[in-house]
Design a protein. Structure first.
Length: 468
């Protein structure tokens, strides 16, 4: 009894409203009831034409917040897609816990064409010097302020020998595979079939399975390991195992030491995972099931003549056989961004990592995965970008300097097994757990419950509406 009182006290003194919502659970109905009454009148009386390019998580979060903040705003959205995908659910589809049809959201529910001009097209060219963009359909759209929210594109074609049609055949899968234009997120169901094919193979022998992670930034940096650990656990449930190889361009499992150490510990559950760091997939021989990796590393070279040691960059090809392979494609912003003056040298939107304002064009801001900033490409980051971006944009519209600062918040829900997640939350400074008294590295069932059952309604009813 004492114990439970103590626990209650400590909980109430630690819990913020946000934390409480997470723990208590938010059904769609409670979410609507709670928040329909707290809507404030849009108060900011600022003028100017705002163009938002994109129709995914970041664009919609920015739009909802702008509509809530600015009186009679003049906003144009340029996005070709009628639907968008609840992408965190793709991993759950791959693991057989959700259905592909659960992932689709109707953009018309969020882009109210009575208040907003929606051009259903893609931007083909950004011309920030003249404050205009051109669409594929040939429309020139001028703006006073621009928000770039195009996300990233997948480059399966950069893996020699691979075509998208190969995915789902010959032991190849990729959870990321999706096609917004066709309204499919087929990577999830393909990977679930792959889990089951792998299990069938493990009943007959010991398959060799490779999981890849490319040498570009990727959205949801944890997804390659989520697929590794969930598929290994799926086999383990039937006392089956395989030889698992995690081939990643990174040098560690995770950049935070406590999470990295825990992931190594978790890997011991599965017999046996071999990590191949600094390896990224270059080519694949689909017919003969051979994958060629580039192993890029630094070697210490001794020069006898001068008696000195020198670090030399080495890049060698490593060919590996496999029975099954899960491929994560290289990623980049779409060409329209990469080839524009808005891009940095690596092709990403060149925004300030704190204010999200473009470094050279003051009337341009970014949100979501397209931003060339050092932290995370996640929906969780985009949610934190939203309020910062909107406040800073309004300040610029008032002729002021942007003062709000993004702290780098990113969240990576690492599924270590069915029923457990490490909720790795961090920012530019280090660990940043939302529930401050819980260590970030511990796998917990409550995070599985939260991620599988609560996050999707929160995304749909709160985050996309700019309420959370
Ligand atoms: C498998 C997987 C698992 C994930 N798991 C998680 C997770 O657990 N937690 C988490 O927080 N995040 C997760 N994410 C990441 C998260 O979904 C993304 O970070 C988030 O969707 C980024 O939003 P965005 O708006 O930047 O991009 P997107 O949501 O991808 O939207 C980009 C939009 O831009 C449009 N567009 C592209 N080019 C143009 C153009 N030229 N003109 C006009 N429009 C254009 C597209 O049509 C699209 O509408 C996951 C992602 C994947 C794929």
């Amino acid at each position: 009894m004492m114990e439970s009182c103590k626990m209650k006290d400590s909980l109430s003194s630690h819990l913020s409203r946000r934390e409480a919502l997470k723990i208590l659970g938010l059904s769609p109905i409670t979410a609507e009831l709670l928040f329909s009454h707290t809507e404030a009148e849009a108060a900011e009386d600022v003028k100017g034409k705002i163009v938002i390019v994109g129709g995914g998580a970041g664009a919609i979060m920015a739009l909802s917040r702008l509509l809530r903040s600015i009186k009679n705003p003049d906003i144009t959205v340029i996005a070709p897609n009628d639907i968008h995908i609840y992408q965190p659910g793709q991993v759950f589809v791959a693991a057989g816990e959700m259905q592909e049809r659960d992932l689709f959201l109707n953009n018309a529910d969020y882009i109210d064409t009575e208040k907003v001009n929606w051009i259903k097209d893609e931007v083909e060219r950004f011309d920030p010097k003249n404050n205009q963009v051109r669409t594929r359909g040939g429309k020139e759209v001028v703006y006073d302020y621009l928000i770039v929210a195009t996300g990233v594109v997948y480059h399966y074609e950069r893996i020699e020998g691979l075509t998208k049609e190969d995915i789902g055949k010959n032991g190849i899968s990729s959870v990321y595979l999706s096609d917004l234009a066709k309204g499919t997120a087929q990577g999830g169901p393909i990977t679930w079939r792959w889990f089951n094919d792998l299990k069938d193979a493990a009943k007959k022998g010991r398959p060799k399975v490779i999981y890849t992670q490319p040498n570009t930034p990727i959205k949801c940096g944890g997804a390659p390991q989520k697929i590794l650990m969930l598929s290994a656990d799926y086999l383990k449930q039937d006392n089956l195992a395989a030889d698992y190889y995690f081939c990643t361009a990174n040098k560690k499992l995770f950049h935070l030491p406590e999470v990295d150490a825990e992931l190594h510990k978790v890997q011991q559950r599965y017999d046996k995972i071999e990590n191949r760091f600094s390896h990224y997939l270059k080519a694949i021989d689909v017919k003969n099931k051979k994958a060629t990796f580039i192993h890029a590393y630094e070697k210490d070279v001794y020069d006898e003549d001068f008696d000195t040691h020198e670090k030399v960059s080495v890049s060698e090809n490593v060919v590996m056989d496999y029975d099954f392979i899960h491929i994560v494609p290289p990623m980049s912003p779409p060409d329209a961004v990469v080839n524009s003056e808005l891009a940095n040298d690596a092709g990403w939107l060149e925004v300030d990592k704190f204010t999200l304002q473009h470094k050279r064009f003051e009337n341009v801001f970014g949100i979501g995965d397209v931003c060339g900033i050092p932290m995370g490409k996640t929906g969780g980051s985009a949610r934190h970008h939203g309020p910062i971006l909107v406040k800073n944009l309004i300040e610029v519209m008032k002729g002021k300097k942007p003062s709000e600062k993004f702290d780098g918040y990113t969240v990576c829900p690492l599924k270590t097994q069915y029923g457990k997640i490490i909720m790795a939350e961090f920012n530019y400074k280090g660990p940043a757990p939302t529930i401050s008294f819980l260590s970030i590295e511990k796998p917990r069932w409550m995070w599985w419950f939260f991620d599988l059952y609560m996050l999707e309604p929160m995304y749909k009813y709160l985050m996309l509406r700019g309420l959370f």
